[in-house]
Design a protein around this ligand. Structure first.
Ligand SMILES: N[C@@H](CCC(=O)N[C@@H](CS)C(=O)NCC(=O)O)C(=O)O
Length: 203
């Protein structure tokens, strides 16, 4: 099995943290810059997006939600998504919330990276306001999760880490002290420390 990723991608980081927490930190990770359409990646994922998971029989799965589901369903180790019950839906909703925050955040980042005279400021403002609203709901979402570490926690922590990394002008800690305290504990986990994003790819 091999994970295709990029050193900056929060969706890849979510999967790497999940693998480490589950006891599979030894899975190979091959890094590419998805934004440059490398043939090694487009041969596996025609959309040139990471993460992609290549199984030992050559089957490829992409989209981090599917990959997380595959890991949870087939790999040994503690569970990070409850099998059934309300807890399952809260965890998956937390993951969806975090992924949405990243989708709009990445859209804002890409717009910011266009030449200044071509940027559409309204678009940046709208998307960054959505990220800020998303962060405002995080504390409540964390409260609704069971305390045992799960994929919801991992997804939210990775999304907050990405905001700090790429949109640091969104200063959320002062308005969200309890979330900041929670995130500080998450941030210090070895799985998070060993996957800190590196500024070598666009997102
Ligand atoms: N919904 C996808 C999003 C993946 C995604 O947006 N990956 C970015 C890197 S953070 C990417 O590969 N972008 C390249 C592109 O869209 O061309 C997932 O959850 O895996």
């Amino acid at each position: 099995m091999k994970l295709i990723g990029s050193p900056a991608s929060p969706f890849v980081r979510k999967i790497r943290v999940l693998l480490i927490e589950k006891g599979h930190g030894d899975v190979d990770v091959e890094m590419h810059d998805p934004w440059s359409n490398p043939p090694e990646l487009t041969a596996l994922n025609p959309f040139s997006r990471v993460p992609a998971l290549v199984l030992s029989n050559g089957v490829v799965f992409y989209d981090s939600k599917l990959i997380a589901d595959y890991i949870e369903s087939t790999m040994q180790g503690p569970r990070f998504v409850p099998e059934a019950g309300a807890g399952r839906w809260f965890v998956l909703q937390a993951q969806a919330h975090a992924d949405n925050m990243l989708d709009v955040g990445i859209r804002a980042l890409l717009e910011r990276r266009r030449p200044a005279d071509k940027q559409i400021k309204d678009k940046i403002m709208r998307d960054e306001l959505a990220v800020a609203r998303g962060i405002s709901s995080c504390a409540k979402i964390v409260k609704g999760l069971e305390p045992k570490l799960n994929l919801g926690h991992i997804s939210l922590a990775v999304a907050l880490g990405w905001v700090d990394f790429r949109l640091p002008h969104i200063k959320w800690r002062e308005k969200q002290p309890s979330l900041a305290a929670w995130y500080q504990d998450m941030r210090l986990r070895p799985s998070m420390q060993s996957t800190i994003p590196v500024d070598s790819a666009k997102s």
